[in-house]
Design a protein around this ligand. Sequence first.
Ligand code: PHE
Ligand code: FE
Length: 259
Amino acid sequence: MINTAGLRGDYSKAGPDYAVEQEWGEYTPEEHALYRRLFERQSNLVPRYACPEWIEAIGRLDAARKIPRFDEISSKLKARTGWEIVAVPGLIPDDAFFTHLANRRFPVTVWLRRPDEFDYIVEPDVFHDFFGHVPLLFDRTYADHLYEYGKGGLKAMRLDAVKMLARLYWYTIEFGLMNTPAGVRAYGAGLLSSGGELAYCVEDPRPRRLPFELERIMRTDYQIDRYQDTYFVIDSFDQLMRETAPDFTPIYARIRSCA
Ligand code: PHE
Ligand code: FE
């Protein structure tokens, strides 16, 4: 469980699955304007640094001017890959998170950061969750993989292996890179929504960019408060799907026995 008392969102109206109403009408003009500025800054970077699947999807979303209405996005998403957005107050416990993914529901935080958090924010907000994660849910393979990840998360809870599985999420869904004909590109949401790390992860000579390797990822700790010094690079979402398909039970056991 997480202690929601230390978190920023309002959990008082959340249901047992942590879902809330988006209450779109409550966003202020200042919040829409801040969202628009965040969107503009990232939009200038993504043509150079984002993977083609993300660029393809954002084009059909019409989400540049205002904080999007989740119900509108959900109907488009549902028609395409069967996913929908569920509004949440912020971070939610593992079991609720995995259960949403295993039902093709992606939890998106309702609140937006403050203007002084333009460049960096500790807890994920609606800009990170929406801009970083939602476009790729239009890609069938990525969407199917995330559904499998959700089911794998519930299984990992039973096996007491969430920490190892969370590293996979971190180095793929949040900070993953992909080889493309144009060079290495970002597909991780933490990169796509970052003003600084998006260029850094692709261009800076300092970080290591290692080929995707499941067991190594599951053994690799990560830092949440600075740019990564190691990225893992996939060749395609098909590869990600393929390499995460085997039963993780013996892999968890092996890693544990070496730890
Ligand atoms: N294959 C994993 C398991 O057996 C489940 C999984 C699939 C996890 C895809 C992550 C991504 O536990
Ligand atoms: Fe995220």
